[in-house]
Structure formats: C-alpha cells, structure tokens
Design a binder for this molecule. Structure first.
Ligand SMILES: Nc1ncnc2c1ncn2[C@@H]1O[C@H](COP(=O)(O)OP(=O)(O)OP(=O)(O)O)[C@@H](O)[C@H]1O
Length: 261
C-alpha cells in the first residue's frame, strides 16, 4: 500500500538553525498522527513542507507517492482559526465552495457536481443550518466547522490540521475533533494534527511525533508520553503526569533548537 505520507531522512533548517533532521516517517491512509512539541520546534514548518510551500533541506517527502504540490487538491488544510473580514459577504456555503474549485474558477467540474460536493461537506460537519449565514456572523466553533468542511470538500488524501481546536470551548473541541476522526475512519484520509494540547485528541491519535530541540520521538501515545522517554528526549528530567484523560508534561525546558547558541 502506498503511504499517504513518506518522509525519508528528512531535515529542515533555516540557515544554521536545524529544526529537525533524520526524520523517517510513513503515515498510512486513515492514520491519525498527532504532532506535539513546544513553540518553535518546527511543527508548522513540517506542515508547510507537506503543503509544498517549503522544501526540505535534506531527504525526501512524498504525498501518496508524489512530491507535494502547492495548491494541489490531495491535501486539505485546517488552520488555527478562520480570520474573517468584517466586510466580507461570503457565506459558509461560498467558502466551502472555494475548497472544491477555488483554484479553478470557470473551468472543470460541472455545476451540479460542485453543488453536490459542497452540500455533502456542509452536511458532514452539521453546518447546513447556517450555510447561508455570512461567515462574519458565525461563532468561533461554527466557523471552525465550516473550515473543516472546506478542507474536506476536495476529498483530500491527507488532512493537515494546525491547532484547529485553539480558542474553542471543550464541547466544540470534541465536536471538531470528532468530525476529523470520522472522516479518516470513513474515507481513509490520513490526519496530521499539530497541537499543544494532546488531551482533546488523546483517544484518537494512533501515533505521536514529539519534537524537541532538533530531536524527536515517534510512537504510540502511551509509549512516547512517558517520563523516561521525554526525559531522554529533552536531556533533562521531565515528569509526565497522567490522570484519566489528563496529561501534563512538567519540567520541560524552554526549547533551544540545534544550531542556536
Ligand atoms: N522563513 C523562516 N526563516 C527563518 N526562520 C523561520 C522561518 N519560518 C519559521 N522560522 C523559525 O522556525 C522555528 C519553527 O517555526 P514553526 O512555526 O514551524 O514552529 P512551531 O513548532 O509550529 O511553533 P508554534 O508552536 O509556536 O506555532 C521558529 O523559531 C521560527 O521563528
């Protein structure tokens, strides 16, 4: 089976500053990978590589067997939050439509097929009740559902999520995380989910990629989120405190990426 994502010997540096290197990672279709790490460890930069917006400084990357391509519809992207101009007349429905043929206005898919995809995506996230409301009037949680609908509308092979639960209340966090989980289960979409907060997705993630200071660990959440593993990764004693669904990493030092003084 062709992996949804294949990184081989992958490294990324800005000048002499190495964010990470030697990253060998295959993500299979339908897998849910959580990417954790402190500020500045290169989580968003990894997503930019997968989006085709940034080149690796070493190694190779493939999405479903091909090089990532900027603007390609094999990759869906859900950012932290949807910034909306107070003047925009865009409705949720219009916004989702951009996810189907935003790059191809005036060409390609027949109108009926586009409309059907938009309706499917709105239905999948339960956004039909406010599909015709201007985006600027929607709540944060509603907007984020619409954002997920847009990312799913092109039926991507992989879904990249950059802290999509930030600033949502716990109920909306569970709803949005559940929608993403449902898609990977029903359509085999691979999910790469960058987050500072593992708790809302602890029960969903198959594996964790934990970045720290130019180094990383990959494995099942129970194998990576332990005091010995993270102490070894950080090179200093770190406590992982777990109580039910709650997880806290205590004593992690501020990040200093390889190559910085
Ligand atoms: N184009 C660039 N040129 C130089 N440095 C950059 C560039 N883009 C990002 N960086 C630096 O690379 C580091 C990693 O950035 P990135 O946004 O990937 O981190 P992150 O792990 O997603 O952080 P956060 O959790 O704060 O969002 C940061 O210190 C950032 O300043």
């Amino acid at each position: 089976m062709t992996p949804a994502i294949a990184l081989r010997g992958a490294g990324l540096a800005y000048g002499s500053r190495v964010l990470w290197r030697g990253l060998d990672l295959e993500v299979r279709p339908g897998e849910f990978l959580a990417v954790l790490g402190a500020n500045g460890t290169g989580k968003s930069s990894l997503l930019r590589v997968l989006l085709g917006l940034r080149r690796l400084t070493e190694g190779t990357v493939e999405i479903a067997g091909r090089a990532p391509r900027r603007g390609g519809d094999r990759v869906g992207y859900v950012p932290q939050r949807l910034e909306v101009s107070p003047l925009t007349p865009l409705r949720a429905r219009d916004f989702v439509r951009l996810g189907v043929d935003g790059h191809r206005w005036g060409f390609g898919r027949a109108r009926g097929a586009v409309r059907e995809r938009v309706e499917d995506a709105l239905r999948a996230v339960g956004a039909e009740p406010y599909a015709d409301v201007p985006l600027r009037l929607l709540s944060g949680g509603e907007r984020q559902r619409v954002r997920v609908a847009q990312a799913l509308a092109s039926d991507p092979r992989i879904l990249l999520c950059d802290e999509p639960l930030l600033s949502l209340d716990p109920g909306s966090q569970a709803t949005v995380a559940g929608l993403i989980d449902q898609r990977r289960r029903t359509r085999d979409t691979a999910v790469v989910f960058v987050t500072h907060e593992i708790e809302p997705i602890l029960g969903l993630a198959d594996r964790v990629l934990y970045l720290a200071g130019g180094r990383f660990r990959i494995g099942a959440p129970d194998d990576v989120l332990t005091s010995p593993v993270l102490s070894d990764l950080y090179g200093t004693p770190v406590q992982v405190v777990r109580a039910g669904d709650h997880v806290a990493v205590v004593g992690a030092p501020p990040v200093r990426a390889e190559g910085t003084a």
